[in-house]
Design a protein around this ligand. Structure first.
Ligand SMILES: NC(=O)c1ccc[n+]([C@@H]2O[C@H](COP(=O)([O-])OP(=O)(O)OC[C@H]3O[C@@H](n4cnc5c(N)ncnc54)[C@H](O)[C@@H]3O)[C@@H](O)[C@H]2O)c1
Length: 373
């Protein structure tokens, strides 16, 4: 199989590395307009280390060292069976590149975009054979996430989707198929969670640091404001205009509005700067965060149940992907039993009354019992 990667930046590098490690028989073509001579040397150096540590044999080393090509010429992509695009977030540049690519590759070559925020159908505007065009969205860091989203379009052909799923599975990940307003759902979920944490912080009258600390026991790795810190206010604060789940609209707008405000007040946009900035600019209050865990869990369980109710694909896979993305310290059902439906519903009612947001509307207990009981 010939795999093409377009754009060898933060994500392109990770996607290449995943498949290069996992697919011994594949060939790779990596196209970038700003290729670095160092790229080839770096891959060869890593291969050399793997050989030295006996992770690969001499024979594997010889075949792998000739299995990839970095290029700035799109014609080198002509024999690709699958191309994954990871150019920076600009719809025009992505469209132009896919147009050139479609003239180069065969009509059976899958054309996939890793976009996190753009409308998938816009990225493929004017591309012939739309049945092979859709989104394939990886999380950063790729190695730490068990799931990859297939953001498919109404025209996507079942054979093309099956081919992309097989690729994801060969890379050791589980595919989650998403359609329509649920495109890039796991990112939408994270921005809603941050939006809810902002509302919680405001209602409790505490600092970011205080609320984050109170929420930390719920998460095995990173509470909400740590996630915002690692993604960066710039990326998470991009306009949510292409996030279209009606229920989530107000919460996403709230998150966007506050991140814009923090940016205007001088918060750096890049990763790993938000928490330091807030610690320097926002004093702790000593106010209570005693309901933080139940208030956060009420929102997360509600969002999960509402999504599972809407979803027509494999609900079990989606449920596991949601839990994996949130990085909860315990299973979702543990929190449901621990806090109890009555207390979780009254937390949701409190936020509904304060904000009017539809995110806090909930189904009745029998529905929750079906997923979480
Ligand atoms: N950064 C993340 O955490 C993350 C996570 C998931 C998905 N994504 C998505 O992945 C995509 C890439 O993001 P990134 O953070 O890796 O970007 P990046 O800026 O790190 O890398 C983009 C790369 O594309 C190259 N490039 C620019 N114009 C090009 C062109 N016309 N043709 C070929 N290559 C070109 C650049 O030289 C650069 O190497 C975006 O769509 C983004 O939304 C990003």
């Amino acid at each position: 199989m010939n795999i093409g990667i377009i754009g060898y930046g933060k994500m392109g590098k990770e996607i290449f590395s995943l498949f290069f490690d996992k697919l011994p028989d594949a060939n790779f073509r990596i196209y970038d307009i700003a290729p670095s001579e160092k790229n080839t040397a770096d891959v060869l150096k890593t291969l050399g280390k793997s050989l030295k540590r006996k992770k690969i044999t001499e024979e594997q080393y010889e075949s792998k060292k000739d299995s990839f090509l970095f290029t700035d010429s799109i014609s080198d992509m002509k024999d690709c069976d699958i191309v994954i695009e990871a150019i920076f977030e600009d719809v025009k540049v992505k469209q132009d590149t896919f147009r050139q690519l479609a003239e180069t590759v065969s009509e059976n070559c899958l054309l996939l975009t890793n976009t996190s925020t753009l409308k998938i159908s816009d990225v493929f505007e004017g591309i012939p054979h739309r049945e092979r065009c859709f989104g394939l969205h990886f999380f950063y860091p790729v190695k730490l996430s068990g799931y990859v989203e297939l953001n498919i379009l109404p025209d996507s052909a079942p054979e093309a989707v099956a081919k992309a799923k097989a690729l994801v599975e060969a890379g050791g990940k589980r595919p989650v198929v998403l359609e329509g307003c649920y495109h890039i759902y796991l990112n939408q979920l994270l921005s809603c969670m941050v939006g809810h944490a902002i509302i919680m912080k405001d209602m409790a009258g505490v600092s970011v640091k205080e609320m984050n600390k109170a929420l930390a026991p719920l998460f095995s790795l990173a509470p909400p404001f740590d996630i915002l810190d690692s993604v960066g206010v710039g990326l998470m604060g991009k306009s949510p205009e292409n996030f279209n789940i009606p229920r989530c609209r107000q919460l996403q707008d709230k998150c966007y509005e506050v991140l814009q405000k923090w940016t205007a007040e001088g918060c750096p946009q890049g990763p790993l700067a938000f928490l330091d900035h807030m610690a320097e600019n926002e004093a702790d209050t000593g106010n209570s965060c005693e309901n933080a865990e139940i208030d956060m869990m009420a929102y997360l369980l509600n969002e999960t149940v509402n999504t599972l109710e809407d979803y027509s694909g494999d609900k079990e896979v989606l449920f596991e992907a949601v839990c994996d993305t949130l990085g909860l310290a315990e299973k979702a059902s543990y929190y449901y039993n621990e806090f109890g439906a009555d207390a979780l519903f009254s937390a949701l009612d409190k936020y509904k009354e304060a904000t009017g947001f539809t995110s806090y509307d909930h189904k009745d207990k029998t529905v929750w019992d079906g997923y979480l009981g």
